[in-house]
Structure formats: C-alpha cells, structure tokens
Ligand binder design. Structure first.
Ligand code: HEM
Length: 420
C-alpha cells in the first residue's frame, strides 16, 4: 500500500474539473494517458472544490462502480464547485436527490418506479416513435440547403424531441427544456451563460423554472393520467406513498436533462469521427450491419458524461493508492474508455473495433445508465437515416467543443452534404 503522506496533489488532475480543458479533447486525452501511466489514482485539490481522488484506469473505474457497498453515491455525486451546493442551501433549496444522488435501498426503490419503462423490451416498442422523429429531422436536411450545424440543427432537437415524447411533454415546450438543460449542465460555458455573470446564479434560476414547469405537469397528470412517463412519475409510489416533492422534481430533471444532452453529444462527436474517416463512413453505408458496433464506438469515443463522484465508506486502496474513509473518488469515463490495458490502440476511432463493448460510458453496477438502451437506439437510428438520405457528407468547418466539466462534447459540427 502506498503511503499517502508522501502523495502530493498533481496539477494535471485539474483537467477533470476545469471546464475549458474539455474544449480541447486531444490535449485532455494526452494528459489523461500520462496520468494513467504515471499517477492512475491522483489526488486533486483546487480552490473552491472538495479534494478528491481522480480514478483514470478502466479497472479502477470498473471497481469503484461495481463496489457500491464501499463507494456510495451521495448528494454530492455530480462533480461541482462547493459554491454550487452552498448557494442551493442558502437559497433554501434541498440538495439534489436524483437517482445518482441516492444510495442503497432508497435508490433501488426510486429506480423501480421507472425501471420497467427502460427495460430492453419496453424500449424496443419506442422504435417506431424514434424512427418517426428521426425521419422528421433528416427531412430538414432538404430545407437546410446543403450545409448545416449537425449538432444544433439535428442532434440536439432530435434527442430532445425523443425524450419529451417519452415524457408526453408537448413540442411547444421543448425550447424551454433545452434552455433549462443548458442552464443546468452548460452553465460554465460563456455561450450558455447569457446575461448571468455567475454560473451559480444561472443554475439557481434554472432549478426554480424546472420546479414551476414540473409542478404544473404533475398536477395535470394526477388529474388526467395518460400512460406516458410523466404519468408514471406523477402517480408513482415508494413504500405506498407518492414520491417526495424533492425526489419527484429531481427525477423529472435527471430524465429530462440526462436524456438528451448526453445522447446528442454522442451523435455529434461520433459523426465528427466518421467524417474524419471517410473509409469508415463508406463501410457503414455499404454494410448497415456495422451500425450496432459503430454506435458503441461512437459512445466510447465521445464519452459525454465526464465523471461522477463516489464516497469511500471504509479505508481502501485503488491501484496501490490508499483512499481514506470519507474521501471522494472521481470516475473518469473518457479516460477509462481510452485505457490501453483494455482497448487495442485506444486513440484510434474504429467502428469495427472488437472491444468496443468494453466501454464504460454508461457506468456500471446499480447506477448503470437507466437510458442506455434508448440512447443506443437514438444514435443508431439518426445516424443510419442520415446515411440513407445523403450521398455525401463532409466537414464544412472546424467543430467546436463545449467548455463544461460534467456533460460535454462537440456542440457545433458544421457539415456539407448532398442528398441521395
Ligand atoms: C450516450 C448517452 C448517455 C450517456 C453517455 C449516459 C451516461 C450515464 C452515466 C455515466 C450514468 C451514471 C452511471 C453510474 O454511475 O454507474 C448515467 C446514469 C443515468 N442516466 Fe444516462 N447516459 C446517456 C443517456 C441517457 C438517457 C437517454 C437517459 C434517459 C432516458 C438517461 C438517464 C439516466 C439516469 C436516470 C441515470 C441514473 C441512474 C441511476 O443512478 O440509477 N441517460 N448515465
């Protein structure tokens, strides 16, 4: 066991929480690879943040996720500066209680409320709806006249439309949902900060708006149940009682937000790579059977959820480093997904990669992404319809990345295309 008294913090560890670091993923991956080799479990300290251990290797991220008896999810599971939590409390908000903030039996009970909705057989039934929405968006290619921003014109509105259709929220409210998601996840990115000088203030206002919106939705679905996901949540019970007010609000928020931002980044980041590898794009056109594996590779490569925090319940050890009881560990999914011990030539994008299914982009264990099957179908469906509808697609400019440490990726992807 390594003696932690000799462990000093390593400034390279700031890449996991510095928003701007995620706007240059080549450099980010260069540093993460160095850390995997030299300091795979690295102590990170930064002003305004509770110190934590960043876990960079596949085996360790796997272990932390699997050992949920030892590493717990808490109210502080989403990595963020302390001020965010202090402001929430100062303004009288309770700390978040989404599925990723709950642990053990309570988590299981809350997860059961929607679990059936997201099981593979149930998700398969969503395919006609996903097809219809994907058709609607690829139809827009004709209107857009040969050039567009794939991320903002297709991937983002498509994924929002799918998740809102699952909820049963009207199309007219989707613009608001997009604004609120970006307010919550993208608050550090100047593009989304708008008139706010401080990301914390934007986050606070966003939570308030989410609350107003979902309170009204709950009231409606309790009076007029329709069988959509909002009805399941509004009328769901835990231990025979309706979901707690805070839990219900955060349940809505996590499905609404985690349900599209993530998937749209997988689509735009994955398509960027296909456009940089025209031979692979062509192979996919020639053999649509490659779509399943290509989807895994796009999600491995883009790894849109950057990390979560878990809290050690006992003194323990990871890659020879002692983690004291009570300390936080950060699971770096993009780093785990490029671990050379697991993936052959990990920095190569390859839709035929036989080890693509080792990806950790959806996490693992009891918190494994609830929407993983929906996300996979969305990515595959939009991608294949895009290829069916076009004869040729190429990059029409440099992609732009969002500068956000929690959920991020390619936010602008200029493309040029000819319809088929
Ligand atoms: C490519 C797209 C997506 C990625 C990369 C992704 C990634 C993740 C990750 C890393 C976790 C945490 C896993 C863990 O702690 O072990 C998670 C949890 C979750 N995701 Fe996703 N997600 C995606 C799409 C979706 C979609 C489409 C939905 C909803 C329909 C969704 C809903 C959730 C929920 C509710 C949880 C919490 C599960 C729990 O704690 O029990 N996600 N996701």
């Amino acid at each position: 066991m390594t003696d932690t008294t000799t462990t000093t913090t390593d400034p390279r560890g700031h890449i996991f929480i510095t928003p701007e670091a995620f706007a240059d993923m080549d450099e980010w991956h260069r540093v993460a690879a160095e850390l995997r080799r030299e300091a795979p479990v690295v102590r990170v300290e930064k002003d305004g943040w509770t110190p934590f251990w960043a876990v960079t290797r596949h085996a360790d991220v796997f272990e932390v996720s699997r050992r949920s008896d030892l590493f717990w999810n808490t109210e502080y599971s989403a990595p963020g500066p302390d001020i965010t939590y202090q402001m929430l409390q100062a303004l009288g908000f309770e700390l978040p209680r989404t599925l990723v903030h709950l642990h053990g039996e309570v988590h299981d009970k809350y997860r059961k409320v929607t679990n059936d909705w997201f099981k593979p057989a149930a998700v398969k039934k969503l395919q006609p709806m996903i097809d219809r929405i994907a058709d609607e968006y690829v139809d827009k290619l004709a209107e857009l006249g040969g050039e567009c921003d794939f991320a903002q014109d297709l991937a983002v509105p498509f994924t929002i439309h799918v998740i809102m259709s699952i909820y049963g929220v009207p199309e007219s409210d989707e613009a608001l949902m997009l604004e609120l998601t970006q307010g919550l996840f993208g608050a550090n990115d100047p593009e989304y900060l708008g008139d706010f000088s401080d990301p914390g203030a934007l986050i606070m206002q966003t939570i308030g708006k989410f609350q107003d919106y979902f309170d009204a939705l709950t009231e409606d679905r309790r009076k007029n149940p329709t069988g959509d996901l909002a009805t399941v949540l509004a009328n769901g019970t835990v231990d025979g009682a309706p979901l707690g007010e805070t839990e219900l609000l955060w349940y809505y928020i996590i499905v609404a937000t985690a349900g599209h931002d993530t998937t749209s980044f997988a689509l735009s980041g994955g398509l960027e790579q296909l456009l940089r590898h025209p031979d692979q794009l062509q192979a996919l056109r020639d053999d649509p059977e490659l779509a399943l594996n290509a989807t895994e590779e796009m999600i491995r490569w883009s790894s849109p959820v950057r990390s979560f925090l878990r809290w050690a319940q006992e003194d323990t050890e990871l890659s020879g480093v002692r983690i004291p009881k009570g300390d936080a560990v950060l699971t770096s999914y993009p780093s785990a997904n490029r671990d050379e011990d697991v993936f052959v030539d990990p920095m190569r994008f390859d839709i035929r990669r036989p080890d693509a299914d080792k990806l950790l982009s959806f996490g693992l264990g009891m918190h494994y992404c609830l929407g993983a099957q929906v996300a996979r179908r969305e990515v595959r469906t939009l991608l294949m319809k895009l290829l069916e509808r076009t004869r040729n697609i190429e990059l029409a400019g440099e992609p732009e990345w969002s500068a956000t440490h929690f959920v991020s990726g390619v936010k602008h992807l200029p493309i040029r295309y000819e319809l088929g």
